[in-house]
Design a protein around this ligand. Structure first.
Ligand SMILES: Cc1cc2nc3c(=O)[nH]c(=O)nc-3n(C[C@H](O)[C@H](O)[C@H](O)COP(=O)(O)O)c2cc1C
Length: 207
C-alpha cells in the first residue's frame, strides 16, 4: 500500500471517529437536558400535590409554586437553612400560607414539617415531610401510620389557649404516644412556634 493511500485511510478514520464522538456527545447532552426537565417537572408536581393536601384548589387562583419567598430564622423555624413560604391568594387577596418549618428536637433528629395557616391564623393542617423517628414508636406522626397529625386541623393561637399547646403529659391537650413523648412534644412545640411566627410576620410574608 502506498503512503498516499495509507494517509487517506487514516484521515477517513479520523473523520468517522470525530463524527461518532460529536453525535455521541450530542445524544448524551440532549437526553441529560430532557431528563433534567422531566425530573424538575416531577418534583414540582410532587410539591404541588403536597401543598394541595393542605389547601384546596378553590381557595386560591395564583401560581402557588412561584409565589414563594424564603426566610432564614433558626430560632422560630428550627433550621439554619432557608425555609420556603408558598403564598395562596385569590383575586390578589392573601388567603393562606404554606411553609416548611423544622422541629429540630425529635428523638432521631430534625423533623421536616409542612404547615398551612389561613390568613386568619387558623391551621389548615400539618404534615410530616421527613423524619428519622423510631418505627413503631415515633413514626405515628406519619399520616399513613395514625391520625395524630390531624389533631392540629382548625387550631389556632386562640384555641387551644397558649398554655395548652403541649402534650397531655406536660399539661396540654395533644396526645403523646405510648412510650414516646419526645416526638409529639417536638412537633407540638414547632407548630406553636409556627403560628406565633405567622402572627408576628403576617404583613411581611404577603408583601
Ligand atoms: C430504642 C428506642 C427508641 C425510641 N424511639 C423514640 C421515638 O422515636 N420517639 C419518642 O418520642 N421516644 C422514643 N423512645 C422513648 C424515649 O427515650 C422516651 O423514653 C419517651 O419518649 C418518653 O419521654 P419522656 O420521658 O420525656 O416522657 C425510644 C426509646 C428507645 C429505647
Amino acid at each position: 500500500m502506498s503512503t498516499e493511500s495509507l494517509k487517506q485511510i487514516v484521515s477517513k478514520m479520523a473523520v468517522i471517529l470525530f463524527l461518532f464522538t460529536a453525535i455521541g456527545t450530542a445524544i448524551v447532552s440532549l437526553s441529560y437536558d430532557l431528563t433534567k426537565n422531566l425530573i424538575t417537572d416531577n418534583q414540582k408536581q410532587t410539591l404541588l400535590k403536597q401543598l394541595n393536601s393542605l389547601i384546596s384548589t378553590d381557595l386560591y387562583d395564583n401560581d402557588l409554586l412561584n409565589d414563594k419567598i424564603e426566610i432564614i430564622d433558626k430560632e422560630n423555624l428550627g433550621t439554619t437553612m432557608p425555609v420556603s413560604f408558598y403564598r395562596a391568594r385569590k383575586q390578589n387577596q392573601p388567603q393562606a400560607i404554606i411553609f416548611m418549618p423544622v422541629a429540630p428536637d425529635g428523638y432521631g433528629g430534625s423533623i421536616q414539617l409542612l404547615v398551612g395557616i389561613t390568613i386568619e391564623g387558623t391551621l389548615l393542617g400539618v404534615r410530616v415531610v421527613s423524619h428519622q423517628e423510631t418505627p413503631g414508636l415515633g413514626d405515628l406522626i406519619e399520616e399513613k401510620r395514625s391520625k395524630w397529625i390531624y389533631s392540629f386541623n382548625g387550631f389556632s393561637l386562640e384555641y387551644p389557649p397558649l398554655e395548652k399547646w403541649n402534650v397531655k403529659k406536660d399539661g396540654g391537650i395533644f396526645d403523646q404516644f405510648t412510650g414516646a413523648t419526645i416526638t409529639p412534644r417536638s412537633i407540638v412545640k414547632a407548630v406553636k412556634k409556627s403560628l406565633i411566627f405567622f402572627q408576628n410576620k403576617k404583613e411581611q410574608l404577603f408583601q
